[in-house]
Design a protein around this ligand. Structure first.
Ligand SMILES: [Zn+2]
Ligand SMILES: [Zn+2]
Length: 342
């Protein structure tokens, strides 16, 4: 390393802009791995953390360098690290659990009660607790790979909940065609080619992108989407509805779009509330949420990217502009995923 300091975007307190400042480059100890960050995807969740709407889990020390979609190369290793080498190109799996509880042992580490996200991507270097959080890029460009850590992994995990119920030719409605949604279109197409995808969004540019990426139908989220979906499906409703927004409005439209024995997966964390009764949910339909995803699923989205089945639409910004980028994301101006390059 040529320098001992780095730039990082740090969260001090809710309601304040992230501060871009110079701090010492951390030194890896024990099993820790230092990653030189080449790209960090900018997630909606960080807007909610910055504003204070989403409180951090207790015990997290401030200031905190945010960023949980991180790709780069291994820069230095703690003395006890095995299995990775300096220069290896990696993407960070961020859904860190305790590693010891029932949920962690059964592969659902993203549901761990003691779980804390692996942050730190909005910096020139990120300190990772161990090599088990690093997936090999295998030739995928870091700018492409970084968003897959959440915007690719989360939809894949949600789609896996719907897949066992889908029959050939079924309709699946995707609400919200932003960072996650536009990758969901491509992942669903790759894993279930005969599925007819209905893309729902209030932004015309995002609907156009979804059609380009393989959605069969695009529906304006402001123009009675449930009625349009009923028309498209011949009255039977969608076999699965994935809501990547999760607001009052999106949930209100998603629920009546669902067909009998279908499944509604709430992915977006906008915090909307939905009254459910035996008369509002389609008969024998299921309702679930979906939370991030597993390490093998991250390897799966990387494999899809490697073979060209999915491609993240990205706009690249310098780390200095992160607060502006978060503002743009909040107002719906970002197409695909914004990625900062430190
Ligand atoms: Zn995220
Ligand atoms: Zn655990």
């Amino acid at each position: 390393m040529t320098t001992s300091r780095m730039r990082a975007a740090r969260f001090y307190e809710p309601g304040q802009a992230l501060r871009i400042e110079e701090i010492p480059i951390p030194e890896p100890r024990g099993h820790e791995v230092l990653v030189r960050v080449r790209a960090a995807g900018v997630c909606h969740t960080d807007i909610h953390i910055r504003s204070g709407q989403l409180p951090l889990v207790p015990g997290v020390e401030l200031p905190l360098t945010l960023g949980h979609e991180t790709a780069g190369e291994v820069a230095a290793l703690g003395p006890d690290v095995e299995g990775v080498r300096e220069g290896d190109e990696v993407v960070v799996w961020g859904a860190r659990g305790c590693g010891r509880c029932r949920l962690c042992h059964s592969g659902s580490e993203s549901l761990c009660d003691q779980g804390t996200w692996l942050n730190g991507g909005y910096a020139e270097y990120a300190l990772i607790p161990g090599p088990r959080y690093l997936a090999s890029l295998g030739g995928v460009d870091p700018v492409q790979a970084a968003p897959l850590a959440d915007a690719g992994l989360t939809p894949l995990h949600a789609i896996r909940k719907a897949l066992p119920r889908l029959r050939a030719g079924d309709h699946v409605a995707l609400f919200g065609l932003g960072g996650l949604g536009h990758l969901a279109v491509q992942i669903l197409r790759a894993l279930s080619p005969s599925t007819e995808i209905i893309a729902v969004d209030i932004e015309p540019s995002k609907r156009a992108l979804a059609l380009k990426l393989g959605a069969r139908h695009a529906v304006d989220g402001l123009d009675h989407p449930a009625e349009r979906i009923a028309e498209i499906t011949g009255g039977s409703g969608a076999a699965a509805v994935l809501d990547f927004v999760g607001s009052d409005d999106s949930l209100r439209a998603a629920l009546p779009s669902l067909g009998k024995a279908g499944i509604l997966v709430i992915v977006g964390m906008a915090g909307g509330v939905l009254p459910i009764s035996a008369f509002t949910l389609a008969p024998e339909a299921s309702l679930t949420t979906s939370m991030w995803g597993s390490f093998p699923e991250l390897e799966e989205v990387l494999a899809l990217a490697r073979e060209g089945a999915i491609r993240c639409e990205t706009s690249v910004f310098d780390l200095e502009r992160l607060n502006d980028v978060l503002d743009q994301l909040a107002s719906g101006e970002v197409l695909g995923r914004a990625v900062v390059v430190p």
